[in-house]
Design a protein around this ligand. Structure first.
Ligand SMILES: C[S@@+](CC[C@H](N)C(=O)[O-])C[C@H]1O[C@@H](n2cnc3c(N)ncnc32)[C@H](O)[C@@H]1O
Length: 401
C-alpha cells in the first residue's frame, strides 16, 4: 500500500502559514492504531479530524463507509477539498448525534481542547455506539491532562493511557458505562434576563465571558444605530423592495453577530430591540447549536437566524448595518492574531459603507490600527484594565483597497 501523502494536505480555508501543518503525529498514531486493530470502515467513526488526515489516510488504506464528525466549518471544507484533490471518496459527514455513532465499534478521536467538549463526546459514544465500542483518543502530550482520563472514566469502565510516542499519546477507553437518561449537554445558565444555553464545545460554556459583558455594557449605554444617514438609492447594500415590504425598513438596522458562540450578543441585541432581525454565525457546530438553543430559550428564534459558516462567507457583501464582534485570539494553543484578522476582513466585506463594527478585545492586543486600516475610522468607546471596545465606521472605499 502506498504511503499516505500527508504533506499534500492543506488547511485551507483555515489560516495557513509556514509553521502550521495540516496533520500532526497524533493523526498518524490514530491511523496506525486503527489499521493494527483491523478496523471495519462501516463500524468506524472519526471525531475531531482537523483537516482530514485521519479519515483520508484510512480511506486510502481501503476502509469504506467511515463516518466523520468535525466541529468546524473550516475543517469540513478542508476535508472535502483534500478528498477531491486526492481523488478519495467513501466517507460520510455527520453531526454529533445518533446517526454518527449507531453500531460504531471503533471511535477515533483527536482530543478536543475543552473538558466539556470531551465529556459531551464521551457521553455520546457511550450512549449511541455498540456496547463493545472502543474509543481511541489521542493528543499532543504537552496539551494532555490527567483530568481527561477522569472525564473518560465517567463514560467507560476502562481507561488506559498508552506510552507516549513522537510527543503524542493515545488513551484507550473501553466498556461503555450505562448513561444517564438526559445527556449532560447542553447546559443552561441565567444572566440578568438572558438565558445562555451551551454545548460542550462552545466558547465560555453557559458563562457570560467578561469581554462579552464589557461589550454588552457599552451596547446598553450607546445608541448603536449607525450615526450615518439612511442609504441613498443605488448604494451598495441598498434594501430590496421585498425587504422593505417585510418591514425591514431603513429604521431597522441589519445586525450580524460574527463568531456568535452561544449567541450572547445576538440574543441580547434582539431582546433589547424588539423590531430587530439579527443574523448570528460561527464556524463551530457546537456554537451554532448553542446559539439556536439560546435564541429559543429567550423566545427570539423567529428574529435570530444562525448559520454555520467560515467568517460569514455565504452572506452577501455590504448586507449589514452593524457587526458585533468578540474575536478569538487563540489559534490552537498559541496566541496568534490571524484568526481575528480574518474576522475583521469579513466585517469589512459584510458592512455597508457607513455601517459600524463594534469590537471588544484584550487591551494588550492593540487592534486599533488594524481596524482602522481594514474597516475605517476607529474610536475607542470603553477601556477597562483588561478590555477595549471600539467602533469602526466602514469607509466607502475599504481603506486597504
Ligand atoms: C471569543 S468567542 C466569542 C463568542 C461570542 N460572540 C461571545 O461573545 O460570547 C469567538 C468565536 O468566534 C468563532 N470563530 C473563530 N473563527 C471564526 C471564523 N473564521 N468564522 C466564524 N466564527 C469564528 C469561535 O468559534 C468562537 O465562537
Amino acid at each position: 500500500m502506498p504511503e499516505f501523502p500527508y504533506s499534500r494536505l492543506r488547511r485551507w480555508p483555515d489560516v495557513e502559514a509556514d509553521n502550521l501543518q495540516a496533520h500532526d503525529p497524533t493523526d498518524l498514531l490514530l491511523v496506525e492504531r486503527a489499521l493494527a486493530l483491523g478496523a471495519d470502515g462501516a463500524a468506524t467513526v472519526v471525531i475531531g479530524d482537523e483537516y482530514g488526515a485521519i479519515t483520508l489516510a484510512l480511506v486510502q488504506a481501503g476502509l469504506r463507509g467511515i463516518r466523520v464528525h468535525q466541529d468546524l466549518a473550516t475543517g469540513r471544507r478542508a476535508l472535502q477539498r483534500n478528498a477531491e484533490d486526492l481523488g478519495l471518496t467513501g466517507f460520510t459527514a455527520h453531526e454529533l448525534d445518533q446517526s454518527l455513532l449507531a453500531d460504531a465499534r471503533l471511535v477515533l478521536l483527536q482530543l478536543p481542547k475543552s473538558l466539556a467538549e470531551l465529556e459531551e463526546i464521551a457521553d455520546a459514544v457511550a450512549r449511541w455506539a455498540a456496547p463493545d465500542a472502543v474509543l481511541v483518543a489521542g493528543g499532543r502530550v504537552k496539551h494532555m491532562t490527567l483530568t481527561q482520563n477522569e472525564v473518560l472514566g465517567r463514560s467507560f469502565a476502562h481507561v488506559q493511557p498508552q506510552r507516549a510516542e513522537r510527543k503524542s499519546r493515545l488513551i484507550i477507553a473501553s466498556e461503555p458505562l450505562p448513561v444517564p437518561a438526559e445527556p449532560p449537554f447542553p447546559v443552561t445558565a441565567q444572566h440578568d434576563g438572558l438565558t445562555l444555553v451551551a454545548h460542550g464545545g462552545a466558547f465560555a460554556g453557559a458563562r457570560l465571558d467578561i469581554g462579552t459583558r464589557v461589550l454588552l455594557d457599552v451596547l446598553g449605554g450607546e445608541a448603536v444605530r449607525p450615526a450615518s444617514p439612511a442609504r441613498r438609492p443605488g448604494d451598495e447594500g441598498d434594501r430590496s423592495e421585498s425587504e422593505e415590504a417585510e418591514g425591514h425598513g431603513a429604521e431597522t438596522p441589519r445586525v450580524l453577530d460574527l463568531g456568535c458562540g452561544t449567541g450572547a450578543l445576538a440574543v441580547s441585541y434582539a431582546l433589547a430591540h424588539p423590531d430587530a432581525r439579527v443574523t448570528a454565525t460561527d464556524r463551530s457546530a457546537a456554537a451554532v447549536s448553542s446559539a439556536r438553543a439560546t435564541a429559543a430559550a429567550n423566545g427570539v428564534s423567529e428574529r435570530v437566524t444562525v448559520t454555520h459558516d467560515d467568517a460569514g462567507s455565504a452572506l452577501p457583501d455590504a448586507s449589514f448595518d452593524i457587526v458585533l464582534l468578540n474575536p478569538p485570539f487563540h489559534l490552537g494553543a498559541s496566541v496568534h492574531t490571524g484568526a481575528a484578522t480574518r474576522l475583521f476582513e469579513a466585517a469589512a466585506r459584510l458592512l455597508r459603507p457607513g455601517g459600524e463594527l463594534l469590537t471588544v478585545y484584550n487591551s494588550s492586543l492593540g487592534y486599533r490600527p488594524e481596524l482602522a486600516r481594514l474597516i475605517g475610522p476607529t474610536t475607542q468607546l470603553q477601556r477597562t484594565p483588561k478590555f477595549t471596545v471600539t467602533r469602526s465606521v466602514r469607509a466607502s472605499e475599504t481603506p486597504d483597497s
